[in-house]
Design a protein around this ligand. Structure first.
Ligand SMILES: Nc1ncnc2c1ncn2[C@@H]1O[C@H](COP(=O)(O)OP(=O)(O)OP(=O)(O)O)[C@@H](O)[C@H]1O
Ligand SMILES: [Mg+2]
Length: 234
């Protein structure tokens, strides 16, 4: 059977700048992939190619259970079961917490996640449901962004730097909630600066360096020095 997500020899250009050089990776249903790499390595580019938001030109293949995705619009891919928690959260500042959450229901599939279950996962969001989303703390806003993605009931959740700039106690809380998400069988691609945290949660790890895969395999297969070498290239 085909993997849930298959990326095969993916190349991406922004104008003359090549951002990805023949990236190949795969992820099975219900699994977690940690996608790591330094600034500008191409992590967000890879996620945007998977969810239909790529601004550059792509060659190669991205497949969801064997069906090609490249070139299809983001909305169609949302209905296929791909949801992104974008870097910087991208909430609607003029909308309340609940209205932002409901945006995720526009492309809703059948599944576990309902508004009530998102509120059980993040009780503080229920308490603040009528407040403007941007009146919340950074961590709470991240919970809104995750909740919004869950409400689409994706098969594949793409998380871009969800812990960036947050206090350690909030980061722990958010990762605990992701474990609950994963327990429902959702596959996750985790872009994370904190490599150790990412590898603790993930089944597999893929490291990019300047648009190329420098390391790939089981998350616990590599020691610190090997990962650092793949991450920095020296
Ligand atoms: N929309 C865009 N237009 C032009 N160049 C872009 C665009 N998005 C990314 N790039 C370039 O593509 C390369 C990869 O960027 P990308 O944002 O994918 O990296 P990243 O690994 O997510 O980095 P970071 O850790 O800083 O988020 C960089 O050289 C970046 O400047
Ligand atoms: Mg990025």
């Amino acid at each position: 059977m085909a993997a849930l997500l298959e990326i095969d020899d993916l190349q991406v250009w922004y104008g003359d700048l090549q951002a990805l050089y023949g990236v190949s990776t795969a992820l099975d249903e219900g699994r977690v992939l940690a996608l790591i790499g330094a600034n500008g390595a191409g992590k967000s580019t890879l996620l945007s190619a998977v969810c239909g938001l790529l601004e550059g030109r792509a060659e190669g293949a991205v497949r969801l259970q064997g069906a090609p995705l490249l070139g299809r619009p983001a909305e169609a891919l949302a209905y296929e079961g791909i949801a992104l928690v974008p870097e910087g959260r991208m909430l609607f500042p003029s909308l309340s917490v609940e209205e932002n959450l409901r945006m995720g229901m526009l492309t809703r599939r059948a599944g576990h996640w309902t508004l009530q279950r998102v509120y059980e996962l993040f009780p503080v969001l229920q308490e603040f449901r009528t407040r403007p989303a941007t009146a919340l703390s950074g961590g709470q806003q991240q919970m809104v962004a995750i909740g919004r993605a869950l409400l689409a009931n994706p098969r594949l959740l793409l998380c871009d730097e969800i812990s960036l700039g947050l206090a350690p106690v909030i980061v722990r809380q958010i990762y605990e909630s992701l474990q609950q998400v994963r327990a429902q069988g959702m596959a996750i691609v985790l872009v994370e600066q904190d490599v150790q945290r990412a590898c603790r949660m993930a089944d597999a790890v893929c490291c990019l360096l300047k648009g190329r895969v420098t390391l790939q395999g089981k998350a616990d297969a590599f020691d610190h020095a090997r990962i650092a070498q793949a991450y920095f290239g020296h």
